[in-house]
Design a protein around this ligand. Structure first.
Ligand SMILES: O=C(O)CCC(=O)C(=O)O
Length: 283
């Protein structure tokens, strides 16, 4: 279990992200990596490679594994990061929203452009965060995450982006993703700037991480990951944590892993449905 010290809590609250070296022990990281290898072979409902067969590398993603893969539910418990999320957000309880696996083989050129997690999700509140656990060593060149310092405090939510689908018609976007997503994207006006082009205005935080380190960040903090131009695989798992003031906000077109009909919650309800959102910390 990784208890946060006061300095780490202060950093999380002011910067929107904090680096937690050695957050998870190496034996658990090794176990998760084995499960990730199995997933690549047999992806879950929402998983697969995002890279065309003819392109270099492979960008594999899978998510919402804990309901169908008991090993992933155990990892969410055993990683001990729910308590870090509770301390950082000042919450008594932490529910799990979902888990998300990201693998970039060396040479993968796909990036995650600057984005916040908030506009993609069917929950809202101010005590919501992710812990991104590095399963391999990584730095900015090999696709470790970067963040725009303090962006969680701007009271701005940027348009969600799906770069792989750029140029497609709304109908094609919905065919590739899910119903309602094109309209959902359109409902946001504010586009995410290219923050790196304004070094006088924005501070970009880059981290060099070792396997077992975690980056804990607010769901409003702008972040991205670049290509993997290193020589090794870059793998990570993010857990999405819901704190005390989180509520169900089922926008049509948001990520459909959990839809309105899947939970007893009504729009605006606090996250009390433990069958759908496992309670992983109650302090
Ligand atoms: O690992 C990545 O490349 C992206 C991770 C990310 O955006 C997230 O965990 O929210």
């Amino acid at each position: 279990m990784r208890a946060l010290n006061d300095a780490e809590v202060t950093t999380f609250r002011s910067d929107g992200v904090v680096h937690l070296p050695g957050a998870v022990d190496k034996a658990l990281v090794a176990e998760i990596l084995e499960s990730v290898d199995q997933l690549i072979e047999f992806p879950g409902r929402f998983g697969g490679s995002m890279t065309p067969r003819t392109a270099k590398g492979m960008f594999f993603q899978d998510r919402y594994l804990h309901p169908t893969h008991s090993d992933f539910l155990r990892y969410a418990n055993d990683c001990g990061l729910a308590i870090s999320a509770a301390t950082a957000t000042g919450s008594k309880k932490i529910h799990l929203y979902y888990d998300h696996v990201f693998v970039k083989e060396p040479g993968t050129q796909e990036s995650f452009v600057w984005h916040q997690d908030r506009p993609y999700w069917a929950v809202d509140g101010s005590q919501i965060c992710s812990s991104w656990l590095a399963l391999t060593d990584a730095n900015a060149k090999s696709s470790a995450l970067q963040f725009v310092k303090g962006s969680h405090l701007w009271d701005r939510t940027f348009k969600p982006e799906y770069p792989a689908l750029e140029g497609l018609s709304p109908k094609q976007v919905e065919q590739a993703l899910w119903k309602g997503v094109a309209e959902h994207i359109d409902s946001f006006e504010d586009e995410c700037p290219a923050f790196e082009e304004y070094p006088d205005q924005y501070e970009i935080l880059s981290f060099e991480v070792a396997a077992g380190d975690a980056l804990l960040f607010d769901f409003r903090t702008v972040h991205r990951s670049g290509p993997n131009d290193g020589n090794n695989r870059r793998a990570a798992i993010s857990w999405r944590w819901l704190g005390d003031d989180a509520f169900w906000d089922p926008k049509i077109g948001a990520d459909p892993i959990i839809r309105d009909q899947d939970t007893l919650l009504k729009p605006g309800d606090p996250i009390t449905d433990e069958n759908v959102f496992p309670l992983l910390h109650n302090g």
